[in-house]
Design a binder for this molecule. Sequence first.
Ligand code: NDP
Length: 251
Amino acid sequence: MADLMNGAVVVTGGSRGIGASISIELAKLGFHVACLSRSGDLPDASALDDAASKRLTGVRCDITDSASVHEVFSGLSKKLGQPIVGLVNNAGVHLQGPSATFALADYERVMTTNATSVLLMSQAAYPHLRESGSALIVNIGSFYDKLGVKGNLAYCASKAAVGAMSRCLAVEWARDGIRVVNIAPGYIETDLNREELNEGALQAFLKKRIPAGGPGKTEDIGRLAAMLFQLPRSFLTGETLYVDGGQGMAL
Ligand code: NDP
């Protein structure tokens, strides 16, 4: 049986933002990390020592493309010299616009990238995760999964689907030794939203609106995801953990 701290973890969207932080924190713990993105870029590893940064591998993959996903998994374990013990479904896109005129192509892009990819990646990873005997899938949803947000029908629907998939996979794969946890962040400053968050009116609004005093940092999610990998065979599965500074529950 593979030791969870010593195996390989596949992180989608591992080149930057939240996925980069998750990859860095996992590499610090000793995991080998395959950082998937369309560019195949490595995350900025300046905070890591040499040994830890060597545990990061940039892998080019479009998670909306079944052939690309299956190709990655076919040789990955051999390439990394490690059993695959984890998957982090993090990559996502955020397109918004009024529901009355929102283009179907944009709706489909959001659903395919944020939700369908979770099924596709999990299916491709399943034989590897099952073989390891004790594995973890972490999905990155959003606190928008339980909110009604103007102009965000597609994004909210996609993240609600991620929560539902997390519960279904957790129940279906528990006896295979695979746990599934959904982390649902609130506002975290990354490339996805940096411009928007630093715009004066929204910045002031969020300072007041978020009980913790403003948006979170990528490390808030990276450290939590890595911590979940430090709890092998835990009883925790299927749950959504909201990490939003209290915003989603505040009046
Ligand atoms: P970023 O835009 O900073 O990074 C997105 C990452 O996903 C990049 O590595 C990008 O690389 C990769 N990616 C995008 N599309 C694909 C694709 N088709 N195939 C493979 N890789 C892809 O995003 P964030 O770090 O902000 O967000 C990460 C996750 O967290 C998303 O699921 C997002 O919805 C969620 N989230 C973010 C919040 C926030 O406030 N930032 C709040 C709540 C949830 P490349 O372009 O090279 O493919």
